[in-house]
Design a binder for this molecule. Structure first.
Ligand code: C2E
Ligand code: CA
Ligand code: CA
Length: 707
């Protein structure tokens, strides 16, 4: 223990000495307190919850106050006079309270987001005065008698040091409160050492200002060992500071981890939210989000007294493309359509995909019908050029139905279903067009419902019957076969066309029973005719694609032919080109089974489904029926159509298939087809579909020949 004499120039003063070890310890405590404070400031700055922040502010202020105070107190204990010394507990405690208060004030200040220069200066001054107050009240606790004589200039100097040190400390704490600085840890240690020395500097300057007159006694002196007191305070302080520091670090790690967790939870939520409201393939809003947007548009339109328009867009013959070229191409096409539609519109418009090939566009702030029509034109034009997919160009057309708010409905559902009804009208009247909704179109919807309900009782109530349309052999002019065509007489609606009810029956699945009824009816008819000793011919039956998904199709058919004793070569089945192109295992298996059972196959509506003939070859198909659309265009003035059909005929022949032309209506077409060596013909020119008794009469007439 070395004695450092101070104030020796006052010979009438008591000689003060310092314990170097305690002096060093006091500086160490100041440094540790500073480091803890810097760390806490960083911790508190990031806290968002008010309660959390308050908790750490109070806890931090206690630790920091204790640190400053104990630095001061240990500094006092390092000091000794040649008389016994002691400290008044109450006053000492008050000085601790001052230290904690000052610390709270400082921590609160530096952990806010802004610290102006003026505020820093004022706060630094207040804090410096606070620390000085703590120091000098701590000195009071010695209760010297006579009182300590202070050297005023040095007292002022000590207050100045306190203010300067506090201002510097506040500023350092403020700049180092951000946790993302590089080498943060090192910077804080450096800053803590500077702050530690500054605080200690203030204390020892303050001590230098104190003079103890000879003969003074310390009225607070007691028998207590000051050394033990020092050790206790040091240990407690260091513990408190360390625990605070560790807690602060742990708490920040915990928060970090909670943050990471919250973040990933948030991200997962966002993904889910996105998936629930968007279409996976195109990324467009789905039905759910669309109806929300429509609802929103309704609110806006009501306020601004404006209209908005809904466009229901359905791609024409998309299913055929999808079935024949594969889902991959179909998907690409849908994406292409989505992109084109989005590109045509403004950002604030909505393009949604309802599923399948149905898109809906929502345009807000539409002034009048002309504006709505102008947009329809733009949407429609999206389909006027080919889509480039996988180095093949594909063209697809669209049918668009439009409904306007508020004229065509005031709810999201009504507007959508009316746009849908308008689209349906476009489909029925030849596709590739757009139309506005009209009240009469609702009747179409009602009719659909009525048809679907009516179909349930149709078989039971004998409302179905068959027409037979002959097929003629081109080379010898005889009837070579016939196609069975289904007819339905609805009790209220009258005769309903299969073009209308078959798609509905396909959707409801009723088509399976219906097609089976046709097979049975044809077999019964063939049986009756041969029992009556009449000449009969082979009948072709249309099979809907839906049947190819049922496993028992072939078994059901053979059971029926066997039941009526009909030879299998008397029946032939027509499947549309798009069904044959459905490259699914089930379809392939069923087709194979049909052929193994001894039935011939014809590919119906050939030319609409983008298939290649060589692909069809693997089915050993007997006939190709060239679609009506091609036959219809045949004329001497349209050489392109003629060359397409004659190419089909040639290719089919090279693959051992017969070609049937359907929908032959004019002599000119007949002549052209004959010239192309088409094998068979079917159409109104030769015979309309006939009732069974008219048909069998025709077959059994000797002169049923064409020229
Ligand atoms: P499809 O298989 O292409 O049948 C030919 C259609 O063309 C028939 O119409 C027939 O009446 C019509 N047609 C015949 N000659 C001419 C002509 O010279 N000009 C014109 N413009 N049309 C002609 P239909 O009977 O209305 O049948 C329409 C479609 O309904 C059929 O097309 C077929 O896909 C489906 N279908 C008819 N009967 C059945 C059936 O029993 N089962 C299934 N699954 N579908 C059937
Ligand atoms: Ca057919
Ligand atoms: Ca056909």
């Amino acid at each position: 223990m070395a004695s450092v004499p101070i104030a020796s120039h006052h010979s009438y003063m008591l000689q003060a000495t310092y314990n170097n070890l305690l002096v060093f310890t006091s500086i160490l405590i100041a440094t540790l307190a500073s480091y803890t404070t810097l760390n806490l400031a960083g911790r508190i700055s990031t806290l968002e919850k008010k309660l959390h922040r308050t908790f750490w502010l109070i806890g931090g202020a206690c630790a920091m106050g204790l640190g400053i105070w104990s630095m001061h107190f240990v500094g006092m204990l390092a000091f000794s006079l040649p008389i016994p010394l002691g400290y008044d507990i109450a006053i000492t405690f008050y000085s601790l309270v001052i230290a904690v208060g000052v610390s709270y004030f400082a921590l609160d200040l530096v952990t806010r987001n802004i610290l102006s220069f003026v505020k820093l200066a004022i706060s630094g001054t207040l804090m410096g005065l606070g620390i000085a107050a703590m120091h000098y009240s701590g000195m009071l606790a010695m209760r010297m008698s006579p009182a300590i004589e202070y050297d005023i200039p040095i007292v002022l100097l000590s207050v100045g040091v306190a203010i300067a040190a506090s201002t510097a400390a506040l500023w350092i704490a403020f700049t180092l409160r951000l946790n993302h600085l590089r080498f943060l840890w090192l910077r804080r240690v450096g800053a803590a050492i500077v702050m530690g020395f500054a605080i200690a500097g203030m204390h020892y300057t303050g001590m230098a200002a104190a003079n103890f007159p000879i003969g003074a006694i310390c009225r607070a002196a007691s028998g207590l060992s000051l050394n033990w007191l020092a050790i206790t305070i040091i240990v407690v302080t260091i513990n408190v500071l360390t625990v605070t520091l560790v807690l602060s670090i742990l708490d920040s790690r915990l928060e970090h981890r909670t943050n990471v967790f919250t973040q990933s939870l948030k991200r997962a939520n966002e993904t889910l939210q996105y998936q629930a409201t968007h279409d996976a393939l195109t990324g467009l809003p789905n039905r759910y989000l669309l109806s929300e947007r429509i609802q929103h548009a309704i609110d806006i339109a009501d306020r601004s007294k404006m209209r908005f328009a809904l466009y229901f867009i359905d791609l024409d013959r998309f299913k055929a493309i999808n079935d024949s070229l594969g889902h991959n191409i179909g998907d690409q096409l849908l994406k292409g359509v989505a992109n084109r539609l989005s590109a045509t519109l403004r950002k604030e418009d909505t393009v949604a995909r309802l599923g399948g090939d149905e898109f809906v566009v929502l345009i807000e702030e539409v002034a009048d019908v002309a504006t709505a029509a102008h947009t329809a034109e733009k949407l429609f034009n999206c389909f006027q050029s080919e889509f480039d997919l996988d180095d093949t160009g594909i063209s697809i057309l669209s049918s668009i139905g439009i409904s306007l708010y508020p004229e065509n409905g005031v709810t999201s559902d009504a507007l959508l279903s009316h746009a849908d009804a308008a689209m349906y009208e476009v489909k029925v009247s030849g596709r590739n067009n757009y139309r506005f909704f009209e009240a009469a179109m609702n009747i179409a919807n009602l009719r659909t419902v009525e048809i679907q309900q009516g179909l349930r009782a149709a078989i039971k109530n004998d409302q179905f019957f068959l027409h037979y349309q002959p097929k003629w052999n081109c080379s010898n002019g005889t009837i070579s076969g016939a196609e069975a065509l289904l007819r339905w007489r609805h009790p209220k609606l009258g005769l309903v066309s299969p073009v209308e009810f078959i798609p509905i029956a396909e959707q409801s699945g009723q088509i399976i029973a219906i097609d089976h009824w046709v097979v049975e009816q044809v077999c019964r008819q063939l049986g009756e005719w041969s029992a009556a000793g009449l000449a009969t011919i082979r009948i072709a039956v249309n099979l809907s694609q839906v049947n190819f998904r049922s496993n028992s199709l072939v078994e059901d058919i053979t059971r029926t032919t066997d039941k009526f004793g009909v030879a299998r070569n008397m029946l032939m089945f027509e499947i549309t080109e798009s069904v044959a192109m459905q490259n699914t295992e089930e379809t392939m298996k069923t087709i194979e089974k049909l052929q193994k059972a001894g039935f011939d196959l014809a590919i119906d509506d050939f030319g609409t489904g983008f298939s290649s003939l060589s692909y069809l070859q693997q089915f050993a198909v007997r006939q190709l029926k060239v679609d009506r659309m091609f036959v219809n265009r045949l004329s001497t003035t349209d050489p392109k159509a003629s060359s397409v059909v004659s190419a089909i005929v040639n290719l089919a022949h090279s693959l051992n298939m017969q070609v049937v032309a359907e929908g032959v209506e004019t002599e000119a077409q007949l002549a052209l087809l004959k010239g192309m060596e088409c094998d068979e013909m079917q159409g109104y020119l030769l015979s309309k579909p006939l009732e069974s008794h008219d048909f069998i009469k025709l077959v059994n007439r000797a002169d049923a020949l064409i020229a």
